[in-house]
Design a protein around this ligand. Structure first.
Ligand SMILES: NC(=O)c1ccc[n+]([C@@H]2O[C@H](COP(=O)([O-])OP(=O)(O)OC[C@H]3O[C@@H](n4cnc5c(N)ncnc54)[C@H](OP(=O)(O)O)[C@@H]3O)[C@@H](O)[C@H]2O)c1
Ligand SMILES: *[C@@H]1O[C@H](CO)[C@@H](O)[C@H](O)[C@H]1NC(C)=O
Ligand SMILES: *[C@@H]1O[C@H](CO)[C@@H](O)[C@H](O)[C@H]1NC(C)=O
Length: 363
C-alpha cells in the first residue's frame, strides 16, 4: 500500500494538474477543441462533425440575437402548433455542421425548468429544434419556453407534472406524437431532491427517488422507442460520476444513477443485437455549477464546478454524434474512472479525505 501511494498520488496530482490546466476559460472557448477524442474519431464524418460543431459553438456565444428569424410557425407556451412530421434536413454532405443536425428535430427534455436541462433547452432553441419540456414548476417552464421562442426554437411547449406519477411518461409521449407525429431525441435529465448527507434510514425516500430518477426514465424510454425506431433517433441519459463510483453522502442518489447504467447499457446491447438504429448515450458528469448542486455540496466539496452552459452543449453534441458515453469534464471524470479500476481503495480514501467532513449536515 505504501508503494502504491508513492506512485499513485503523484499520478493523480498530474491528472488533476492537467484537468485544471485544460479547464475552459469560458463557454465560447470550450475544451472540446483541445480534446484527444477528436483524434480517436478523426475519420470522415465524425471529424467533420466535430469541426462543424466547434464553428457553431463559437458563434453561439452571440445568443442568436443577430440570427435570421427562422421560417416556420412558432408555438406559444403550452398551446403551440408546430409543423407536422419532419424528418431531419440532413444534407448529403455528412455533418457539415453537427449543430445543424438538430435543426427541425423534435426533442423532449425532462427537468428543463432549471440547471443543465434549462441550458440544454436554450442551446436546442438556438439550433432551431422543436422542443417539448417537462418539470413540475409550471411558472418556470413558461419562462423557459418564452426564452426558447426568442432564441429561435422552431416550436416550444411544455407539460408540467411530477415524474413520480406513473401516468406522466406516457402523457408526455402522447403529446409528442399528437403534435409532431414522431420524435427524434429523448433527453432524460430530471432528478428528485435528495440530501447530501449520511443515509438517514428513510427507505421510503429511496423508493420514491428510484421511481423519479430511474423508473420514470425506463417508462419514458419505453414509450418513446416506437417513435425513435421510426426516426432512427436517440436516447440521452444524464447520469453522474456517482453512477460509476460511489462516494459518501449520496447513497440513494448514487443507487438510482447506477441503476440507469445497468438498464440502459443492457438495452443498448439489445438494440444492437436487434439491429435497431436507436442510439443510447450515457452522460457521466462531474461537479457542475447549477444552483441546486452548488447549494447542496459546496460547503463539503472544495472543487471548482464546471460551467453548466458548456456541459449542456457537450451533452447535446454527444447525443447528436450518437456516442456511447460522455465524460464531462473529461480529464477529471476520466482520471477518476482510471484510478477506480487501478486502485479503488485509494480512490475511496482520497474522496473521504478531500471532503470537509465537519460541514456535513446531519439530519
Ligand atoms: N449539477 C451537478 O453537479 C451534476 C453532477 C452530476 C450529474 N448531474 C445530473 O445532471 C442532471 C441535471 O442536474 P441539475 O444540477 O441541472 O439539477 P437541477 O437544477 O436541480 O434540475 C433538476 C430538474 O428536475 C426537475 N425535477 C425535480 N423533481 C422532479 C420531479 N419529481 N418530477 C419531474 N421533474 C423534477 C426540476 O424542476 P422542478 O423542481 O420544477 O420539478 C429541474 O428542472 C441530473 O440528472 C443530475 O443527476 C448534475
Ligand atoms: C471568452 O474569452 C475570450 C478570449 O479569452 C473573450 O474574448 C470573450 O469575450 C470571452 N467570452 C465570455 C462570454 O466571457
Ligand atoms: C443510423 O441512423 C443514423 C441517423 O439517422 C444514420 O446516420 C446512420 O447511418 C444509421 N446507421 C445505420 C447502420 O443504418
Amino acid at each position: 500500500m505504501g508503494l502504491l501511494l508513492k506512485v499513485l498520488i503523484p499520478l493523480l496530482g498530474a491528472a488533476l494538474a492537467l484537468y485544471f490546466y485544460s479547464a475552459p476559460g469560458n463557454f465560447s472557448e470550450g475544451e472540446c477543441g483541445r480534446r484527444k477524442s477528436c483524434g480517436s474519431t478523426a475519420r470522415g464524418a465524425a471529424c467533420a462533425a466535430h469541426r462543424g460543431w466547434k464553428r457553431w459553438q463559437s458563434q453561439s456565444g452571440r445568443e442568436g440575437r443577430d440570427r435570421e428569424e427562422p421560417q416556420g410557425q412558432r408555438g406559444a407556451a403550452g398551446t403551440g402548433k408546430s409543423r407536422g412530421t419532419r424528418r431531419g434536413t440532413a444534407s448529403p454532405e455528412p455533418c457539415a455542421s453537427s449543430a445543424e443536425m438538430l435543426r427541425g428535430k423534435r426533442v423532449i427534455v425532462t427537468g428543463a425548468s432549471s440547471g443543465i436541462g434549462e441550458q440544454m433547452a436554450y442551446h436546442l432553441a438556438r439550433m432551431e429544434a422543436h422542443l417539448l419540456l417537462t418539470a413540475r414548476t409550471e411558472a418556470r417552464l413558461q419562462k423557459v419556453v418564452e426564452r426558447c421562442l426568442e432564441l429561435g426554437a422552431a416550436s416550444a411547449r411544455y407539460i408540467s407534472g411530477s415524474m413520480d406519477s406513473p401516468s406522466l411518461p406516457e402523457e408526455v409521449l402522447r403529446e409528442a406524437e399528437n403534435t409532431w407525429g414522431g420524435l427524434d431525441m429523448l433527453i432524460l435529465n430530471h432528478i428528485g431532491q435528495s440530501g447530501f448527507t449520511f443515509f438517514s434510514g428513510d427507505v421510503g425516500h429511496v423508493r420514491k427517488l428510484m421511481e423519479t430518477n430511474f423508473v420514470s426514465y425506463v417508462a419514458l424510454a419505453t414509450a418513446a422507442l416506437p417513435l425513435l425506431k421510426e426516426s432512427e433517433g436517440s436516447i440521452v441519459v444524464v447520469s453522474s460520476i456517482a453512477g460509476k463510483i460511489a462516494g459518501p453522502f449520496t447513497a440513494p442518489y448514487s443507487a438510482t444513477k447506477f441503476a440507469l447504467d445497468g438498464f440502459f447499457s443492457s438495452l443498448r446491447q439489445e438494440l444492437i443485437i436487434d439491429k435497431v438504429n436507436v442510439s443510447i448515450t450515457l452522460c457521466i458528469l462531474g461537479y457542475i455549477n447549477t444552483e441546486s448542486a452548488v447549494r447542496a455540496v459546496s460547503h463539503v466539496i472544495p472543487d471548482t464546478p464546471s460551467p453548466k452552459e458548456e456541459c449542456a452543449l457537450e451533452i447535446i453534441r454527444a447525443g447528436a454524434l450518437r456516442r456511447r458515453e460522455l465524460h464531462y469534464p473529461a480529464p477529471a471524470v476520466g482520471s477518476m474512472l482510471l484510478l477506480r479500476s487501478l486502485a479503488p481503495e485509494l480512490l475511496e480514501s482520497l474522496a473521504r479525505s478531500s471532503y470537509r467532513l465537519e460541514n456535513v449536515r446531519r439530519t
